[in-house]
Design a protein around this ligand. Structure first.
Ligand code: FES
Length: 174
């Protein structure tokens, strides 16, 4: 009797082993395919960059008349806010908090920027109202040509606080 069982076992053993081998091969193949797909996605250039879109660091914000005094407009492209001050001057403010770098939303009804991370607040000029932010929001250079506002987002300018010489005014037409 024991010899019969042994014989049966040896008959089924190769089948089970070969099944496991095939299973391992399939799993290995799936893992390899996934690895290749991830590597390909990582190395492939982004569509917009490949077409040369959205890479211009000079953002055209629009005509001066488009912006009301005492208003803030968010620009997703360029990641900045354009603040039109009460006197008609403009500031392009970085949306990055100067404390630890969180993105700071503009709270229109309170007329201030309020960082959701640690509670810093900034006024419409980017000046700190409430700490822990150590300094005002960074600004970007603005050029107004033919009444069109352009913001250079290449390098944010660090500043301790707000000064009126940071404001850009449209040229007065006579
Ligand atoms: Fe804005 Fe800390 S990151 S208050």
């Amino acid at each position: 009797m024991p010899t019969k069982t042994k014989e049966k076992k040896s008959e089924t053993e190769p089948t089970r082993r070969s099944f496991l081998n095939i299973l391992w091969l399939i799993l290995g193949g799936v893992a390899l395919a996934e690895f290749i797909a991830v590597a390909f996605a990582f190395l492939r250039p982004r569509k917009s960059k490949a077409r040369g879109e959205d890479t211009d660091p000079i953002i055209t914000a629009g005509a001066v008349e488009r912006f009301n005094p005492n208003s803030v407009t968010a620009f997703v492209k360029g990641k900045f806010y354009l603040a039109c001050l009460e006197d008609g001057g403009f500031l392009a403010l970085s949306r990055t908090c100067t404390h630890l770098g969180c993105s700071v939303p503009w709270i229109e009804k309170e007329m201030k920027f309020a960082c959701p991370c640690h509670g810093s607040t900034f006024d419409i000029t980017g000046k700190v109202i409430d700490a822990p932010a150590p300094r005002a929001l960074d600004i970007y250079p603005i050029a107004i040509e033919n009444n069109i506002i352009k913001v250079d987002t290449r390098r944010p300018i660090k500043r301790s606080t707000f000064h009126f010489d940071q404001v850009t005014y449209p040229k007065k037409t006579v």
